[in-house]
Design a protein around this ligand. Structure first.
Ligand code: SF4
Length: 384
């Protein structure tokens, strides 16, 4: 039987032992959040969310320092549930995903230098075999579906008697992704409104930060950077073609994720045969996490798009991405680079074009840009 000290509980705050320990420090969550310790935990949770928002998920984050003082360690343990409460109150699926990804990666960072018996204990606590190199296909699939590298695809693994072979050096990665799966599975939590009110100012600040990130990541909506799959779905949409439920979901979530206002998305659906405004409004608001739902959906991965037969005409950029949103970001960056290089090469010509385009404000139907006067309004909506 392994013995966990206070430092271990701080390193692995998702453990039942950590939660039991921290649950005993106050008579109620409400009282705790009002206390000095609770206020510090809210501040620390905000910091954690800031890290989570700027974390790329590509490199192992640096290990957070665990101070020797008992009070400080308790705050670290409490930061975990407080951060989960905060994202649940924020009702933003992308924020939730960023948080759990970061928290799972921090655990992964700690595991790199961990005692074997603690590693075994953690594996057991999250339902993985303590030792050995095989995990069941059922456990493997939700974990591997979040990993982009080809080596994780089931077709590239050795599968025997319903078990997937894992190499020893890969096991911590499996723990990380399994944790991410488990942590996000229970979110958002059902938090009473009086608790949400207590963390509201902190949530507002996080949302403002998140809004800034969306703006930095995607900028203004630019149709010429859309991946071929989304171009095809939009083509079918505006050309009165029939769309499957999955195609509608994928394009709606994609447009919402890149910052398009719901009103503009609904307008795009206006040309669909038998257009029903109320039904469309309900569906768009549901997917974007508004209209009383707490889930904001993220457009599907390329692998899912392929499974549903809506990954069409993939081009050379597609081979570098696993998600239509990554395609959009990459292509947009390339287009901006090209534009910039052109301006540097021929400043007179670019100035002439600018004057011409500014002189023709009515030309909003250029093929390069979905006219969206309300794009900025979306950003305001995200922070509400
Ligand atoms: S590979 Fe991905 S981004 Fe490219 S067309 Fe298919 S689903 Fe779209």
């Amino acid at each position: 039987m392994v013995t966990l000290d206070l430092k271990d509980l701080a390193k692995y705050p998702f453990l039942k032992e950590s939660q039991t320990y921290i649950g005993a420090i106050s008579s109620s969550l409400e009282h705790y959040l009002e206390s000095t310790g609770g206020r510090v935990a809210i501040r620390e949770a905000m910091l954690m969310l800031e890290h989570a928002l700027s974390f790329s998920g590509k490199e192992t984050p640096s290990i957070p320092e665990i101070p020797p003082e008992k009070e400080a360690v308790m705050t670290i343990i409490a930061t975990y549930p407080v951060s989960r409460i905060m994202v649940s109150c924020a009702q933003d699926r992308m924020l939730i995903e960023r948080l759990v990804r970061y928290q799972a990666w921090v655990v992964f960072a700690f595991l790199q230098d961990e005692e074997p018996e603690i590693k075994r204990f953690i594996r057991r606590s999250i339902g993985l075999p303590e030792t050995g190199m095989d995990i069941s296909v059922i456990d493997y699939i939700p974990v591997a579906s979040r990993m982009a590298e080809e080596r994780w695809r089931l077709v590239n693994r050795v599968v025997e008697k319903g078990k997937v072979r894992i190499r020893p050096e890969e096991y911590d990665e499996i723990v990380r992704e399994r944790l991410r799966y488990i942590m996000s599975r229970n979110l958002p939590l059902k938090v009473p409104s009086r608790i949400c009110d207590q963390v509201k100012p902190a949530i507002e600040r996080i949302k403002a930060e998140w809004q800034k990130k969306v703006l930095e990541e995607f900028g203004q909506v630019e149709e010429s950077a859309f991946p071929p799959c989304m171009q095809a779905i939009l083509g079918a949409l505006t050309g009165h073609g029939h769309l499957t439920h999955m195609a509608r979901f994928a394009v709606t979530a994609f447009l919402h994720n890149i910052g398009m206002d719901n009103t503009r998305i609904i307008e795009l659906y206006g040309s669909v045969p038998n257009f029903d405004l109320r039904k469309t409004l309900y569906q768009v608001e549901h997917i974007s996490g508004r209209g009383g739902t707490s889930n904001e959906y993220i457009s599907p991965l390329c692998a899912t798009m392929r499974t549903h037969g809506i990954c069409v005409h993939p081009d050379s950029i597609c081979s570098r991405v696993t998600h239509p949103l990554s395609y959009y970001k990459l292509k947009k960056r390339d287009l901006n680079k090209q534009k910039y290089q052109k301006q540097v090469k021929d400043p007179d010509e670019s100035m002439k074009k600018r004057v011409e385009s500014e002189g023709d404000q009515s030309d909003t139907n250029t093929p390069d840009c979905i006219p969206s006067s309300t794009d900025n309004k979306y950003k305001d909506e995200k922070s509400t």
